[in-house]
Design a protein around this ligand. Structure first.
Ligand SMILES: [Zn+2]
Length: 252
């Protein structure tokens, strides 16, 4: 029979005090954040939630990078590392058909302090699908509480399916149209910078900027950050690793 040290008994004697202290600390600091519903007196998210701002109630700008970099999977984590270096948190909405083949990409992005959202399995126009097919596309997307419907194409049905999975719709306020070259090429860095620089202030302050991982947008990110800061905007702050659960309002 082993002899126990006196330490456990000491702990037991002190435990009512420890429990009381823990309960007090929980009440003081942690309970509101841990609760699942809104605090009493606060409007429920469904009434106040601005889908195009994704729950960004700060005045800061959220950069979002969508889809996938088809010729270079690590492009996402490279731009992620760059943004982390500038203490900026971005959101990446990855097409899971590709992201699931490179699970390290989403893991690394979250470790870098970025949000990773659901952008469906294969990027279809959801409203043209059957209920069953839409449910499967959203269900097979990246696990996340932010959901961005491809092409911004969604209705009440898509919103309900996402909500069933604990996700809220997140679109954008500034579209860089970085995928649309006209002449078969993507718009260049200077063009993308100018589009963000010239976007309305109301769409930038507390807004959400949309670009894509396969275009020139990642190359334009350093200049876009410089321009936004020159114009007096701040960007969502990188406060360390994230998870699949993304708070509303966003912690920008
Ligand atoms: Zn997309």
């Amino acid at each position: 029979m082993l002899h126990m040290s006196p330490a456990p008994r000491t702990l037991r004697v002190r435990s009512p005090f420890v429990a009381a202290l823990a309960a007090l600390l929980l009440t003081l600091c942690c309970l509101p954040a841990a609760a699942s519903g809104p605090a009493p007196g606060r409007p429920v998210p469904a009434d106040s939630y601005d889908r195009s701002r994704c729950g960004n109630t700060s005045k800061r700008v959220l950069l979002t990078l969508d889809d996938w970099s088809y010729d270079h999977a690590e492009r996402a984590t490279e731009v992620g590392a760059y943004l982390k270096g500038r203490r900026i948190r971005a959101a990446f909405f990855l097409i899971n058909e590709y992201a699931s083949q490179y699970p390290e990409v989403a893991r690394t992005l979250r470790r870098q302090g970025h949000w990773v959202g659901n952008h469906t399995w294969s990027h279809p126009h959801l409203t043209g699908l059957s209920e069953e097919a839409a449910r499967k596309e959203i269900g097979d997307g990246v696990k996340s509480s932010l959901f961005r419907p491809p092409y911004g194409d969604y209705g009440p049905r898509e919103e309900r399916i996402a909500a069933d999975r604990g996700a809220r719709v997140c679109t954008w306020t500034v579209d860089t149209l970085d995928w649309e070259g006209g002449d078969g090429r993507f718009p260049d860095v200077a063009t993308l910078r100018a589009r963000v620089r010239n976007a309305p202030a109301a769409d930038k302050r507390g807004g959400v900027i949309l670009g894509h991982l396969f275009s020139r947008f990642p190359d334009a990110v350093p200049g876009i950050v410089d321009d936004l800061r020159d114009q007096g905007y701040s960007l969502c702050r990188n406060t360390g690793p994230t998870t699949t659960v993304i708070a509303d309002p966003l912690r920008c």
